[in-house]
Design a protein around this ligand. Structure first.
Ligand SMILES: [Zn+2]
Length: 228
């Protein structure tokens, strides 16, 4: 049974979706594609050699996705999309690493992608490893898993694996935006939406958890008004 986690668990970072314009249109396109997949009515668009040839000269993906490398979460299939449709960044644990942030800055800054989906999933091996401190890991894996463990510890040490996977997805989405001036600026301008989703392996469905809201720093006038 999926547990519902509120949208405010990452303080000030995730709120209910209020996207408008292109980000909202692209989110609906993603959701429609996923619905077709979910109902077993995938159209497998843009999957021919002709389509591939058509995008050789340049790519114009509609959305970007930060997801896990897990073989059970094949992003293009989940959203019934094909060549040139999605700009996908995947790594173990859906981590907002420097490389991931740089890749998504390229998608947004150079390819004008208006929407980023951060897609976590049920039974994530990297998150599971973070809950098992006794595991022996290679230095590189230990670095990633250690970062995950530190992140999850702020929520206490009683979280279930599902709770941890969900909270990590929200954290990854928030960290992605708050680590990037470019993404924050686009978000504030309404030119970009960053949404978080949780993929349930059993039902194949996605729980759309909300969108990232940029941190708003107080302006000098606000500070004066507050008696600072
Ligand atoms: Zn995973």
């Amino acid at each position: 049974m999926a547990e519902t986690i509120g949208l405010n668990n990452v303080a000030g970072a995730i709120g209910p979706s209020s996207l408008q314009g292109r980000p909202a249109t692209v989110l609906r396109w993603l959701q429609d594609g996923h619905q077709r997949f979910l109902e077993g009515h995938s159209l497998h668009p843009h999957s021919t050699r002709e389509r591939l040839q058509a995008v050789v000269e340049g790519q114009h993906p509609l959305a970007a996705v930060l997801g896990c490398a897990d073989s059970r979460v094949p992003v293009e299939l989940l959203f019934d999309s094909g060549f040139g449709d999605l700009f996908v960044v995947r790594n173990a644990g859906t981590m907002s690493t420097t490389a991931a942030i740089a890749s998504l800055e390229y998608a947004v800054g150079h390819l004008n992608v208006p929407l980023i989906l951060v897609l976590g999933h049920e039974a994530c091996g990297a998150v599971s490893a973070a809950l098992q401190p006794e595991l022996l890991l290679t230095p590189s894996l230990a670095q990633v898993v250690g970062q995950l463990r530190m992140e999850l510890l702020q929520y206490g040490d009683q979280l279930s694996l599902e709770q941890s996977c969900r909270r990590h997805t929200l954290s990854a989405a928030g960290n992605l935006v708050h680590s990037s001036v470019l993404l924050t600026d686009r978000l504030r301008a309404g030119l970009l939406g960053v949404v978080a989703g949780y993929y349930d392996l059993h039902s194949c469905s996605i729980d759309w958890m909300g969108e990232v809201e940029p941190i708003r720093y107080p302006m000098p006038a606000d500070l004066l008004a507050s008696g600072f």
